[in-house]
Unconditional design. Structure first.
Lengths: 143, 434
């Protein structure tokens, strides 16, 4: 149960992020979740959208290089310590997390977390075995 | 002492030209005999050594370019057996490979002689303490300056570059009186002296600065900061190293050591000699070199010459300041850098695309180089760690190939400007220095 995340490599200069978001706005693409990693030189914009392949094609048509990365989504209760339990479970299994970002929705009381790990299969098995629930991509795209 | 070698430095033009003629025909015969690439070039031009009787035949000879040295990498242009070579230096090539130059014992003697003349011209004597802050190692500046200082009998300090605090300590404690380095390093040291407030403790009186272009304004600032009088010195590794020419006390052009080098200025298009005073490509023929007798070597520097006698008493032709180049070579912190070298590095690294821009600037009087390169569209750029690893790898390779450190900035695919005809790969923000 992978979630397709779209990533765009963004120059660290004024207006660069806005220009990327304008492409999404003009293409009427709704953002489910967004996260930005920034360094002094560049940024990486990561997003979850309802139609990942459509967004990829849209970016390509505008000359913007975007890539698709499979990430794991985990649903957890919106209470203190819940993310800790997820990360601790992965840590105990020796799985390291490249990056993580979380968001909440209007739909239910749960919080959603996106995890980027080297081996999605191993991570998902570990999380399920520990009683965590994973996000079904179709549920997520259709929020 | 005004001259190191008065007899030769004040030789009449007539005598000089007959000496040059004799040495040129000897050098051409030597190159023909011992250096296959020369023989091939001359045969192509329909020439035999006997066709070159003197300097009037000079323009019949084909030009030599840096690429000839690249094509014969590393030792193919050497005209003596390796057992006669006692020193190797190297400088940047136009691609990944360096340009390698060699010297016989006799070549080093000539180099030391030329450097001794330059230092003497600038006013240095055996009583001076010469501080050599050029890079040592493969760069010719360090050992060239060291040899010159020792030849005039001065206590010569191989201070090299870096460790500013120690440089200043040597200035004050060792009592350095003559500084040899690049103009930008002299500015940098001057700023450090000003910051430390130790100008009144310095014994420095002369600067002999070269290996990069500098302006009169920069000369004034260096002189003010260090309390010295500065002289411009010129040379390239292919010809010898520093000491091919230098300013005398008049500071009205750089006297070329014409008993060892014949200088010409050529029209960059037609390659025909230009009248004195007109700017064109600066071309030298080595007429005493044994190991690497480059004949009509086109430096691609743009310069003028003046053959009128100088009020200093020397009759050696004077070169003006170098005002530019007819190729895309950059000089960064005294090191020659070609954009094509950067391209070859980028082509060798998966993840980097060979679309790039070199941004050169001068910050706190030191040259900076930024290489903006595109990340490949198929590179897994989703993770910061991987992108940073890629930046570090490109930086390390650039340092090893260029010999200068560069800041690498990765850009999104397709964001670096594309060119259909002549690509503009360099943005040089330094004012009036290149």
């Amino acid at each position: 149960m992978f979630i397709d995340q779209i990533s765009v490599f963004v120059e660290n200069k004024q207006g660069a992020l806005k220009d990327i978001l304008k492409i999404l706005a003009d293409g009427k693409i709704d953002l489910r979740a967004i996260s930005i990693a920034d360094t002094s030189d560049f940024g990486i914009l990561r997003m979850i959208v309802p139609n990942p392949d459509g967004a990829l094609e849209l970016f390509r048509s505008k000359g913007v290089t975007a890539s698709k990365t499979q990430v794991t989504g985990c649903k957890l209760s919106d209470t203190p310590g819940s993310l800790y339990h997820v990360l601790n479970t992965l840590h105990d299994a020796g799985i390291s997390v490249e990056y993580v970002y979380a968001f909440i929705t209007r739909k239910d009381e749960d919080a959603y977390v996106i995890l980027r790990v080297e081996d999605n299969d191993a991570a998902q098995k570990t999380l399920l075995a520990a009683g965590h629930s994973l996000i079904d991509p179709h549920d997520l795209y259709g929020i | 002492m005004k001259y190191w070698n008065q007899q030769i430095e004040t030789i009449s033009r007539d005598q000089l030209e007959s000496l040059q003629s004799e040495r040129l025909s000897k050098t051409v015969a030597h190159a023909w005999e011992h250096c296959a690439p020369y023989r091939v070039k001359m045969e192509k031009a329909g020439l035999q050594p006997g066709n070159i009787q003197g300097i009037n035949d000079l323009t019949k000879l084909p030009l030599t370019l840096k690429d000839d040295l690249r094509d014969s990498y590393p030792y193919g242009m050497f005209a003596v057996p390796m057992s006669h070579v006692v020193r190797i230096h190297a400088t940047s090539g136009t691609t990944g490979k360096q340009t390698v130059v060699g010297y016989t014992k006799g070549d080093l003697d000539v180099w030391n002689e030329c450097m001794a003349r330059c230092l003497t011209m600038a006013g240095a004597t055996a009583a001076d303490i010469v501080h050599v802050s050029y890079g040592f190692a493969l760069f010719t500046g360090g050992l060239g300056g060291q040899g010159g200082g020792e030849t005039i009998g001065a206590a010569t300090i191989p201070a090299a570059t870096g460790n500013t605090k120690r440089q200043l300590q040597m200035f004050t404690d060792f009592g350095s009186t003559v500084l040899l380095c690049t103009p930008s390093y002299a500015m940098y040291l001057g700023d450090a002296v000003r910051e430390a407030g130790i100008k009144d403790q310095l014994k420095l009186r002369i600067g002999v600065l070269g290996a990069e272009a500098w302006t009169e304004q920069m000369r004034g600032e260096i002189e003010e900061r260090l309390g010295i009088r500065c002289y411009d010195i010129f040379g390239t590794a292919e010809l010898m190293g520093p000491g091919v020419s230098c300013e005398c006390a008049e500071r009205n052009g750089l006297h070329v050591m014409e008993d060892h080098f014949i200088v010409e200025i050529l029209d960059p298009e037609t390659k025909k000699p230009l009248p004195d005073g007109q700017p064109g490509e600066l071309v030298f023929s080595c007429i005493t070199k044994e190991a690497l007798p480059l004949i009509r070597y086109n430096t691609r520097d743009i310069c003028t010459i003046d053959r009128k006698p100088c009020t200093c008493g020397r009759n050696f032709t004077r070169m003006g300041k170098i005002t530019g180049r007819t190729d895309d070579m950059l000089i960064i912190r005294g090191v020659n850098v070609f954009p094509s070298q950067v391209e070859s590095v980028l082509l060798g690294i998966p993840g980097a695309a060979p679309h790039y821009l070199l941004v050169v600037d001068r910050v706190s009087n030191l040259d900076t180089l930024e290489v903006q390169a595109e990340i490949n569209a198929d590179f897994p750029f989703d993770e910061v760690r991987r992108v940073e690893e890629l930046e570090r790898r490109i930086s390390a390779e650039l340092l090893s190939v260029l010999g200068v450190s560069a800041k690498v900035t990765l850009k999104p695919p397709g964001s670096v400007e594309r060119f259909e005809l002549k690509a503009k790969r360099v943005l040089d923000k330094r004012k009036g220095t290149n």
